[in-house]
Design a protein around this ligand. Structure first.
Ligand SMILES: Nc1ncnc2c1ncn2[C@@H]1O[C@H](COP(=O)(O)OP(=O)(O)OP(=O)(O)O)[C@@H](O)[C@H]1O
Ligand SMILES: [Mg+2]
Length: 248
């Protein structure tokens, strides 16, 4: 059960496509580190290869499925990430160093998820992170991820809309703006699950927070109104949510 066996099991796995260079050596070492720390036991498959990240499905020592989000470091637009991060006045002196920027991005998603979860948001429970690798609760069944809202036919879109808006409200109550809130970043497994908190920012500390909040509301209203749901007016939701900010 040592490091070597796990190393081999990753390298042997076809789905890792190591030979195509999906993961650099440092990223692999980061995954091994999380394995050695006991957060991941085995890596089973690739769930999604995105532009900014690769999401893997794995199992932990108790046999529970975990999602492993690996941020790309070579292909990413770390200069935009940097600009985004320094918009938060609490982040000072961040150098334009690829690894530093991506690691902070990953840590930010972990912390945002934690904060959202504590605020009762239906989002994955964050488990651990190390540099560019984040481990979290798996939303779906047996390594098959739940579909995104854009991919499912909803039986009762009104009810789902209400739940989504409720989640948006809880995110605000937790002091955050999601920043990329859309039907692409919501999975559906019995209920809507909000994912992808890497862009999320503290509402009171980020210069762009309120602009993003409006965009988030607009995105979701547009999606549900296309499904025939009588959505609340964007400006009204915005005002209501701002009240939540002032109140808390
Ligand atoms: N906790 C999770 N459980 C199950 N699947 C997940 C989880 N997190 C992410 N995924 C899967 O990975 C995909 C991409 O995740 P996410 O949106 O967080 O990353 P991303 O870098 O923004 O990718 P993209 O650019 O495709 O949006 C999701 O659509 C989903 O299929
Ligand atoms: Mg996404």
């Amino acid at each position: 059960m040592g490091k070597t066996r796990k190393r081999e099991s990753i390298k042997d796995s076809e789905s890792f496509k190591i030979e195509r260079g999906i993961f650099d050596e440092r990223t692999l070492l980061n995954i091994y580190r999380l394995m050695n720390k006991g957060f991941i036991d085995t890596v089973e498959s690739v769930v999604k290869e995105g532009k900014e990240s690769v999401v893997l499905a794995g199992l932990d020592k108790q046999g529970r499925w975990v999602a492993i989000k690996v941020y790309r470091t070579l292909a990413c637009d770390y200069k935009s990430m940097w600009k985004y991060l320094v918009g938060d006045p609490r982040i000072k002196g961040l150098k334009k160093d690829r690894w530093k920027v991506v690691s902070l991005w990953c840590k930010k998603e972990f912390k945002n998820l934690l904060r959202a979860k504590e605020g009762g948001v239906d989002c994955p429970q964050p488990i651990a992170f190390y540099q560019n690798v984040l481990v979290m609760e798996f939303i779906g069944k047996k390594g098959v991820p739940a579909p995104r809202l854009v991919d499912v036919e909803l039986g009762n879109p009104e009810r789902v809309y209400k739940k989504v808006v409720k989640n948006l409200e809880k995110i605000i109550k937790a002091g955050l703006v999601h920043g990329d809130f859309s039907a692409y970043n919501i999975l559906f497994y019995k209920k809507p699950w909000i994912i992808d908190f890497s862009h999320a920012m503290p509402i009171k500390h980020h210069i762009l927070a309120l602009d993003f909040l409006k965009k988030d509301i607009r995105n979701i209203s547009k999606f549900f109104s296309k499904l025939g749901v009588e959505v609340e007016d964007v400006e009204e939701v915005y005002r209501r949510l701002l009240q939540v900010v002032k109140g808390g």
